[in-house]
Design a binder for this molecule. Structure first.
Ligand code: 5RP
Length: 234
């Protein structure tokens, strides 16, 4: 999908930003477009504070002149704008395509509001076409993988293949927090909440990319303009 759609989503999200807000700044190509647009507003006099969801976003935002503070200096965040790899009609998300899911979830959870910006390719009837990223502690990582697969049959995903995410070359990717990413090719996830609960229950799983009930709204950029998706009622 072209950057035009991503930019239209980011532009629509920018309209939600008010002076003196504390903003969570997401990670990925769509979030980076938002950060660039935000920086233009800051250079024109808008006063906001940003807190980043990754080292990459931290670096980008600082380089563009956005005031960045560590989350440790905050007790709450007004609004987080972030991308997603998939969203369903309830606005449950898969995130972590950029390996930043742990920090993204910490910041989203502490935010009064989370607005997701995407292009139309991320909208799905059911999550799971995008492999689910699971952040795993390096200690006993193969054992943890084994434990995950032992439990997957309970949620109808007994056959789901998994693979360790690689960095460049043959080395494993390490997240900003030094953990590994296991990508789980689920296929259709019938019950995202049950899968999230299963993963939350395993000690070696640091975090997973299922964001259940985090997003308040999704802004879908189109080739012309953007549309708002609210969670389905009931
Ligand atoms: C990073 C993420 C990203 O928000 C997600 O991968 C979407 O990225 P993009 O906007 O580049 O499609 O979750 O961990």
């Amino acid at each position: 999908m072209s950057d035009v759609a991503k930019r239209n989503a980011a532009e629509a999200a920018l309209k939600l930003v008010e002076p003196d807000m504390v903003l969570g700044l997401g990670t990925g190509s769509t979030a980076a477009i938002f950060v660039r647009l935000l920086a233009e507003k800051v250079s024109q006099g808008l006063k906001i504070i940003g807190t980043p969801t990754s080292e990459a976003t931290d670096k980008l935002a600082r380089s563009l002149g956005i005031k960045i503070v560590s989350p440790d200096e905050l007790t709450r965040i007004d609004l987080t704008i972030d991308g997603a790899d998939e969203f369903d009609p309830d606005l449950n998300l898969i995130k972590g395509g950029g390996a930043a899911l742990l920090r993204e979830k910490i910041i989203a959870e502490a935010s009064d509001r989370m607005v997701v910006i995407t292009d139309p390719t991320k909208q799905v009837d059911a999550l799971g076409q995008f492999p689910l990223p699971i952040e795993i502690n390096a200690f006993g990582s193969e054992l943890t993988r084994h434990r995950i697969h032992n439990r997957l049959a309970d949620v109808g995903l007994g056959d789901a293949p998994s693979s360790w995410r690689m960095a460049t070359g043959e080395s494993l990717l390490h997240t900003d927090g030094g953990h590994l990413i296991l990508d789980l090719a689920c296929g259709r996830i019938a019950d995202p909440k049950a899968l999230a609960a299963l993963l939350d229950d395993l000690p070696g799983v640091v975090e997973h990319g299922l964001f259940i009930g985090y997003a308040d709204q999704v802004i879908v950029g189109e080739t012309s303009g953007a549309r708002i998706v609210n969670p389905r009622r009931g």
